[in-house]
Design a protein around this ligand. Sequence first.
Ligand code: C2E
Ligand code: CA
Ligand code: CA
Ligand code: CA
Length: 278
Amino acid sequence: AKARGRNNFQFYAPSMTGEGLERLRIETMLRRSIEKGEIFLHYQPQVEIDSGRLIGVEALVRWQNPELGLVPPARFIPLAEDTGFISQLGEWVLEQACTQMVRWQEAGFVVPKLAVNLSVRQFERGSIAAMVAGVLHESGLEPARLQLEVTESVIMNTGDALQFINDLHEVGVGLAIDDFGTGYSSLAYLKQLPVQTLKIDRSFIKDISTDANDEAIAVAIIQLGKSLNLSVIAEGVETAEQAAFLLRHGCNRAQGYYYSKPASAQELLARWGRRDER
Ligand code: C2E
Ligand code: CA
Ligand code: CA
Ligand code: CA
């Protein structure tokens, strides 16, 4: 390769840098993370704003590695997507979360709905609906209690997105568009897809009471949801003011630190498990 000239050398250089080796090392650790028991889930409550009632939880994956510490999903999900490990990881997450729903129920704690994130790479594998149906069957969770979250980019960048999503719909699970408003979206797809929920991205919620543009966007998404008969949930709700704003504008569902940070299955049971008995 060297014989082909100086410029070519640069092509090989990145793999020899410390950065390239470090990435390889992390990839290798990530691939073994499940078998080593380093992957676990946290769950974040979704609530009805006016009543404070728990309407669901979102499963969020965590990786605790002895060398790297707690690695945020924003760092390892892209890596898992690049290496293809995401299909194994995604199935593991779904299995764990569905099984947890059944365990809570056995403990007398009925969580109405479970939301699980799907990556675009999981759609490329093709048999996503069969995988989901299999996990539901094994865990015993009713399909209607599962809601899968996909981003707009999944829908816009996946060749057969419409087919995949219709297949999932036939399995009986719900579908939510995550981070709604941040992707480059053609609103036309909303009419074609069996989607039930829009999640307003937290970037619009953050400055909702001080930034007129964010306020306008949030209100527009709520209105859009109303007109299309979709349920709308706001993410990243951190203050009482934000919750009050949403309620005032017709959005009665929220998720965010104001209600709870993502927490372990046990913490969730302890903090939310007895509330309905009042
Ligand atoms: P996301 O799906 O948009 O998940 C919401 C993220 O916002 C979570 O970050 C959550 O901890 C955080 N969050 C919730 N409430 C608040 C709030 O009030 N304020 C702020 N500032 N943040 C809040 P997390 O757990 O770090 O996850 C980041 C992203 O990683 C997720 O964004 C999702 O895209 C991805 N992810 C997490 N778990 C999975 C998974 O199992 N599979 C896939 N494919 N992606 C996942
Ligand atoms: Ca999500
Ligand atoms: Ca399995
Ligand atoms: Ca989101």
